[in-house]
Design a protein around this ligand. Structure first.
Ligand code: SF4
Length: 301
């Protein structure tokens, strides 16, 4: 395995272990439970958990229940959490405040790539279980252009979402000093596999015999919320074919949105007049091309 970005670094897994060991004292200072591994138990966060255990650093696990994760991933996560508990780690399952269906009804529009309001609520909201812990995540720069630009190994999150997050690779002393000393910001994160490619994740899992969710063997490349607007059309079609009950749940939510829109006397585009039409529009790639224009009209909720 080799980093794509720096020739001066060693093996990525050794570097990740060093990073975690380097900041362990700080993680314990922030929270006596140590790092908080935010995990869905998808392949990336599963690798982060393994690196934590291998590094021998203090940490615990936090899982956000979204209500729209694949059932197989949920069973896998529950089994893993029991194993982590048996190994002496704390684990937390945190229930959502509002379901995806409630969020859709409140917003009057399904989540779209340009408008991922659900992430803020289902995955990224602050929960008391995380305390002041340094969060450890399986974010990787190679996953998207946005992540390549906006994420890095060390992150200091702007208070109250005002201002910009500070992001830095951890490979120089000044970055480390900034990460340790900055007082203005709310949350610190480490992303030990920020520079890993997908191939690195699979090579590592194989090398250390780390079991991954069976759904990857069925052709799913990324696991996460069923119907996520970040997934490609092909992936979403695969998801809805595999878990048709979720398709029905989205259709019911769209039907409720149409009824609410009609009650309020708000306009409906031709492609939004039935739940099926709206659903087809939503999972088409065209949704992403036209979302900006349509969104303007849809935002009048
Ligand atoms: S559906 Fe996608 S955008 Fe929404 S919470 Fe899940 S991962 Fe985030």
């Amino acid at each position: 395995m080799q980093y794509q970005t720096s020739l001066t670094r060693g093996q990525p897994d050794d570097e990740a272990v060093k990073l975690l060991q380097y900041y362990e004292h700080m993680a314990i200072e922030y929270d006596p439970r140590g790092y908080c591994v935010s995990t869905s138990e998808g392949k990336d966060s599963r690798v982060v958990g393994h690196l934590m255990r291998r590094a021998g650093v203090r940490h615990y696990y936090l899982h956000n229940i979204t209500g729209i994760d694949p059932p197989e991933l949920i069973y896998f996560q529950r089994r893993n959490f029991r194993a982590y508990e048996d190994a002496g780690h704390l684990t937390y399952d945190v229930m959502y405040d509002k379901s995806m269906w409630t969020l859709m009804l409140e917003r009057g529009v399904p989540p779209m790539r340009q408008m991922r309001y659900c992430c803020l609520s289902l995955k990224e909201r602050y929960v008391p279980e995380q305390g002041r812990a340094i969060m450890a995540m399986g974010v990787r720069k190679s996953e998207s252009a946005g992540r390549a630009k906006k994420r890095d190994e060390l992150e200091i999150v702007a208070n109250g979402r005002k201002g910009k997050n500070i992001i830095m690779p951890w490979d120089d002393d000044e970055n480390r000093r900034t990460f340790e000393a900055c007082q203005k910001f709310a949350e610190r994160r480490v992303n030990p596999i920020a520079y890993w490619t997908t191939a690195d994740v699979w090579a590592y899992s194989e090398d250390v015999h780390l079991e991954q969710c069976q759904l990857y063997q069925e052709g799913f490349r990324r696991l996460g919320c069923i119907g996520c607007p970040n997934a490609s059309r092909r992936e979403r079609e695969m998801q809805f074919a595999r878990w048709p009950k979720f398709r029905e749940a989205y259709l019911r939510a769209l039907q409720r949105m149409i009824a609410a829109r009609t009650d309020k006397g708000l306009p409906l585009y031709p492609h939004h007049r039935s739940a099926e039409d709206w659903f087809a529009w939503w999972i088409e790639d065209r949704t992403q091309e036209t979302a900006d224009e349509d969104q303007i009209a849809l935002e009048g909720w």
